[in-house]
Design a protein around this ligand. Sequence first.
Ligand code: NAD
Ligand code: ZN
Length: 355
Amino acid sequence: ETIHIQTESKKYNVFVGEGVRNEIGTFLTNHFQDLTRILIITDETVAKLHLEKLLLSLKPWEPIIYTGPSGEKTKTFEVYYDSLSTALENRLDRKSVILSFGGGAVGDLSGFVASSYMRGIHFIQVPTTILAHDSAVGGKVAINHPLGKNMIGAFYQPEAVFYDLEFITTLPDQEIRSGFAEVIKHALIFDPTFYEWLRNNVDDLNLLTLDQLSNSLIKGIKIKNEFVSQDERETGIRAYLNLGHTLGHAIESEMGYGNFTHGEAVMIGMIFALKLSKELLDLSFHLEEFIEWVEQLGYKTKIPDHLSFEKLLAKMKQDKKSVGDSIRFVLLEELGMPKLQKISETKLLEELKSF
Ligand code: NAD
Ligand code: ZN
């Protein structure tokens, strides 16, 4: 299936399916005249598992390969610098293409390299995680600063996304959960029917059929596109994509990245936001049933015991969403109807304590 992404700055396609990597070659030939070199940026885990398969479909181009560390460790200044050095040493020019091959971390890094190398060269995303249905679409690219995650970055859209479902089959359980939390998020903020479908069809994330997986990813990508196409630079409704993320980011950062996946933290944040939505906006929603369902899927649903509420609150205040002494939360008025709501620190602390 092909999904058309339309943002203000660019139009591009997301190709989803088994074996779509085999179409990259034709795309390169048709899309880029005088393509000089290809630099593949990947990480150790993905390189070991899947690079050979990808290279088979890129043979005539003899790509240059840069392999960074796996996971969040790849979004550092050092790795960014090394990737640029590789690009320079191999004389990539403005007619070269960067191909990002990995999860959201590799995608964010490669996109930022592409956006800044020689003031910007083309890049293509070949995502390998479920989470990347979210991160590979929309054009936010970034690396981390020791003082804050994603603080150094750009808005930079890819030329195309090739989402080959065969790569996803090797994902460990917690990474499946991490990515699927964003699928559930997309359903909650936009599509009650899709949410019902998930509730009725997904009861074990390890037993998802290929059809279920591809349906979930395609729906998720289309919903992300709805928000991004109307608000590429997040001045308005794109913020709704942050459901669960205010508390989620705080938990992630207090736990230390790598100990708790992004999506697992966001799931706890979503449960908190749903609870607030019921109390403050009369959202009609069976929260107990939701919690039972996601527990069955293997998610944690409570804030880890040893985390301090005060510290979490302080972290939430640092988030871009804070205004004065309140914090702006994404809540739901109804399923599929998100709303930004300011909540005071005192109220939040109270709510955290009773969560
Ligand atoms: P990731 O890239 O760190 O991948 C998670 C782990 O899975 C890594 O250890 C990776 O090596 C491994 N992995 C990747 N593909 C695999 C495969 N096919 N089989 C086995 N293992 C595989 O993380 P992620 O969860 O994909 O993405 C998280 C990152 O995405 C964060 O840095 C987050 O900030 C970013 N993000 C960006 C956006 C955006 O809009 N740009 C949106 C959401 C998240
Ligand atoms: Zn997220």
